[in-house]
Design a protein around this ligand. Structure first.
Ligand code: CP
Ligand code: NVA
Length: 288
């Protein structure tokens, strides 16, 4: 669906509505407790292209921040909106909203997961490689304990692809997640050596060493990752036509040469979030 809609609007302007106008009159309310550039813009453009509209809120401009209950807030959001997208600093809050809200709720990044990002990245990979992701070797270098890799791990089981992870011992994925992978016959291989992890990869991902929600000694963490930077040496261990992806924003985990080099598809990756968000919205509103 995302691909079809993308192709169908080749000559249209950013805010022109898709010909079938499927979400005409619908309102998505999106609320951010953390900064966001891509998620905010892509959801806004996505709903506009589907014929609806978006209202973007900062959590601190709601009475919720001054003591109105979450349950009442959720009730009000359900009264006015057709879908609710939340970027939150608390997984608990996401669960609470889910409990009280009567409209579809979308996780726009939480401390533990970033599902809309990973779905979009799978779309980008399959678009470029012209193959189902289950036929590809995916490699993740860097912090293996953050929201993006958690969602990628879950996706590796759901979409059945090989996932090599290259990270320092201390930053390996958490035990309960690994046990879940094992139980579900996931194909995840963990290395503490970057070159081994990158061997034969079709796709190399990385993400910032310091995530928005990290409440740790940042200088120490950055030092722990000094041998886990994605450089051309790492790219050379992978397949010749390997692609490099990064959800952005970036930090010191990738060299400029790789980030701006010929293997990098980061700008297309960011753009494709618009097309995947459209499928998410259509799915949530029963129009897929
Ligand atoms: N990749 C991503 O989610 O970017 P933003 O934090 O800018 O939304
Ligand atoms: N892991 C990063 C992703 C940003 C889109 C963070 O949580 O800050």
């Amino acid at each position: 669906n995302a691909k079809k809609r993308k192709i169908n609007r080749k000559n249209l302007n950013t805010l022109d509505v898709d010909r079938d106008n499927p979400l005409k009159g619908k309102l998505i309310i999106q609320m951010f407790e953390k900064v966001s550039t891509r998620t905010r813009l892509s959801f806004y453009i996505a709903i506009k292209q589907l014929g609806g509209s978006a209202l973007t809120l900062r959590s601190d401009e709601l009475h919720l921040a001054k003591g109105e209950s979450l349950a009442d807030t959720a009730k009000i959001l359900s009264t006015y909106g057709n879908a609710f997208m939340l970027r939150t600093d608390s997984d608990e809050k996401l669960k609470e909203f889910k409990k009280h809200i009567n409209i579809p709720i979308i996780n726009g990044l939480s401390p533990s997961s970033h599902p809309t990002q990973v779905l979009s990245d799978i779309f980008t990979i399959e678009e470029i490689k012209k193959k189902p992701i289950s036929k590809l070797n995916i490699c993740w270098i860097g912090d293996a304990n953050n929201n993006v890799i958690n969602s990628l791990i879950v996706a590796s089981v759901k979409f059945s692809f090989n996932l090599n992870i290259g990270c320092p011992k201390k930053y390996e994925p958490k035990k309960p997640l690994l046990s879940w992978v094992k139980k579900n016959r996931g194909k995840i291989y963990i290395f503490n050596d970057v070159k081994k992890a990158a061997n034969n990869a079709d796709v190399i991902f990385t993400d910032k060493v310091i995530s928005m929600n990290d409440k740790i000694n940042k200088a120490k963490k950055i030092k722990d990752f000094r041998n886990f930077t994605v450089t051309t040496k790492i790219i050379d261990c992978a397949k010749k036509d390997v692609i490099f992806l990064h959800c952005l924003p970036r930090g010191s985990e990738v060299s400029n040469e790789v980030f701006l080099g010929k293997h990098s598809k980061v700008w297309l990756q960011a753009l494709n979030r618009v097309y995947l968000q459209k499928s998410i919205l259509l799915y949530c509103l029963d129009k897929l």
